[in-house]
Design a protein around this ligand. Structure first.
Ligand code: SF4
Length: 424
């Protein structure tokens, strides 16, 4: 979400006459879009802001703002820590930032906003440069109240983007040549707008010419309705790849986390998805070392992981976030760092095996790949993704970016497929 918010912010600033520079050392005005999900992300952003503020010594025009989740969470506290800051603005301010900047430059008064306003989703309709894949925010905030999560404190309660605004952005992207869209939100399948549901949204996008692939991130297991499961059969553009954050497979821990499901309901959901879509790619998020997680709890997660064979996972060591119920458990029930580390490694080993096994099935097959851009390493290397969201690296030139190519897969690792374009 932060990445897409930064794109939107760039677009609204450019529309207001600002010029983006490639190198931060050339900038007179810097906005740090921050994350609060983990403690280390905040510490890194504060360190960076401290270094950047040194520029004020030599550049009298230099301005620095902190925006995003950390700004929402820490508000005035940040100005005490970093008194030279010009702006501290929560994620709800995106649309108003050009106006706020003008005000500060005119009055020479720093601006700190600590109260949550409503999201104004109009910023996401600012034109963006063409990309083969477009991230489409459909909501902000979350009202679920998971015990460990800071999002409701930093982004507020769930607010849904108007249905028509989403479709307008997708139509504009399709007209530019975008072929794949990824619907983005904290809990996308809880989307509602004036009686329209997430399933209605998928059906409406299916009808947009030019868009060939639809993905979404992140759904919540509890809101995976039968109608949504059916979409993987009835909507050809709905890609058979699901990111299903489960966090744990111990019912005791899931209950503490207020996740609202059990290992049994997860099993039934995954079975239903795989029955509808046998080639489904399934990824997840997991937290290890949640306060009070016993060896037996963790073992249930390991066994579940092995049974389901997730082909991708983001595994996090629990990090206490202020003002969350789970953080209050740490003093008595906190899991030592070395135990967290070991559990993390156990799951990473499981993941290596399952992801390699999954990826190897594609070796010596042709895969339809949407070419997204140049691969970071290797001259003349391109990258793209298969229908099940696997990254593919192959030789090719820029003219292929934005097109679908049939790529012969030669090798698989845990994280990528490597191949070449050759006649079928
Ligand atoms: S559903 Fe996701 S974003 Fe919402 S509170 Fe739970 S973990 Fe946080």
């Amino acid at each position: 979400m932060n990445f897409r918010d930064s794109e939107a912010l760039k677009a609204v600033l450019e529309a207001d006459g600002h010029t983006l520079v490639d190198n931060e050392s050339e900038a007179d005005l810097v906005l740090l879009n921050t994350c609060s999900v983990r403690d280390c992300a905040e510490a890194k952003a504060i360190g960076k802001a401290r270094r950047l503020l040194q520029n004020k010594r030599t550049n009298l025009r230099y301005r620095l703002g902190i925006i995003g989740c950390m700004a929402a969470r820490r508000g005035q506290q940040l100005t005490k820590l970093l008194p030279q800051l010009d702006w501290v603005l929560p994620p709800t301010s995106l649309n108003d930032i050009p106006h706020i900047i003008q005000e500060t430059l005119r009055t020479n008064t720093p601006k700190v906003i600590t109260n949550f306003q409503s999201y104004n989703f109009a910023c996401y309709e600012q034109p963006l440069p063409f990309t083969p894949v477009r991230w489409i925010p459909i909501q902000q905030g979350c009202s679920m109240g998971c015990s460990y999560c800071i999002v409701p404190h930093t982004r507020g309660h769930q607010q849904n983007r108007p249905f028509d605004s989403i479709l307008r952005e997708i139509q504009t992207a399709a007209d530019q040549g975008t072929r794949e869209i990824i619907l983005l939100g904290q809990i996308v399948n809880a989307y509602r707008d004036n009686g329209k549901t997430f399933v209605d949204l998928l059906h409406a996008i299916q009808a947009i010419d030019g868009i060939e692939r639809i993905r979404f991130i992140s759904p919540h297991p509890t809101f995976f309705t039968d109608q949504l499961i059916q979409c993987f059969k009835t909507l050809p553009k709905c890609c058979p790849s699901v990111h299903l954050p489960i966090q744990s497979a111990s019912n005791r821990i899931l209950q503490h986390m207020h996740r609202g499901y059990t290992q049994e309901t997860l099993t039934a959901l995954i079975q239903a998805l795989r029955t509808i879509q046998p080639q489904l790619s399934l990824s997840t998020d997991l937290i290890v070392g949640y306060p009070g997680e016993t060896d037996a709890d963790f073992e249930q997660t390991v066994q579940f992981f092995k049974k389901i064979q997730f082909d991708m996972a983001y595994i996090f060591k629990y990090s206490p976030r202020p003002n969350t119920p789970a953080a209050e458990l740490v003093a008595v029930h906190g899991i030592p760092k070395d135990v967290q580390e070991k559990r993390n490694q156990v799951l990473l080993d499981c993941l290596s095996q399952s992801s390699l096994r999954y990826n190897q099935q594609f070796v010596h097959t042709y895969q339809s790949v949407l070419v997204e851009g140049h691969a970071p390493k290797g001259a003349h290397k391109l990258f793209g993704r298969t229908i099940v969201n696997k990254k593919v690296i192959f030789d090719g030139d820029s003219s292929l970016i934005g097109s679908f190519q049939s790529v012969w897969i030669e090798r698989a690792t845990t994280s990528v497929l490597e191949g070449c374009i050759k006649p079928v």
